[in-house]
Design a protein around this ligand. Sequence first.
Ligand SMILES: [Mg+2]
Length: 252
Amino acid sequence: MPLILVTNDDSIYASGLRALVECLQPLGEVMVVAPAGEHSGCSRAVTLGRPLRVRKQRERDGWYAVEGTPTDCIIFALHWLLKGQPRPDVVVSGINRGANLGDSVTYSGTVAGALEGAVNGIPSLAFSLVSRNNVFDYSHAADFASRLTRKVLRSGLPPKTLLNVNIPPGPIRGYRLTRTGTRLLCTNIEERFDPRGRPYYWIGTEADGRDEAEDVDYAAIADGLVAITPLRNDLTDRHALAQLKHWEIEDL
Ligand SMILES: [Mg+2]
């Protein structure tokens, strides 16, 4: 029976995680190691400066809440909970409440959870549900997640690769293999005041146009298709590397 390790960044109490686990259960043994609190936008942060508390969930067998990030969760699962035992056959992260597309992918804690699996040589998937009017119905997304996970369990993935999967709202009409797009983001910083008159700030972004190419993740979502983008942790810009080899830095 395959071992499926699940995490997310919206916390162990998130509806997207529960819907995902329910759909993955028929595929194998599911172990859930997820953050005790929300960590959206935490990227691949790891907790080094304070103790990592872990609570085994009494009401659910094989569920652990970690007071840390998705990366902490996967590290703790692989190097403590499963130490000396067979490694998971797949790592699955999500289902995130909201998209992880284009330039935002490196902000994502959901993607980071899967990245930690991939870096450790385990086929990994990150699932995110794109909302319509801020409504999230995870049922079709969880069904797709289970079908794709089954495929990955059967066929594997290239070494150190994860699949970043974004699912459009509403019924699924199909999928497209994509590359990460570029979004023209408009960043808004809102200033507010607390009851003591001190200012505080909210960082927000709004889409302001998008990459027009057809093969990017945004385009698949706009066409009502699931966007599946293979990612690696190696962010080296090989094109720039070749160009910069011609550089001569003065006085060196
Ligand atoms: Mg999130």
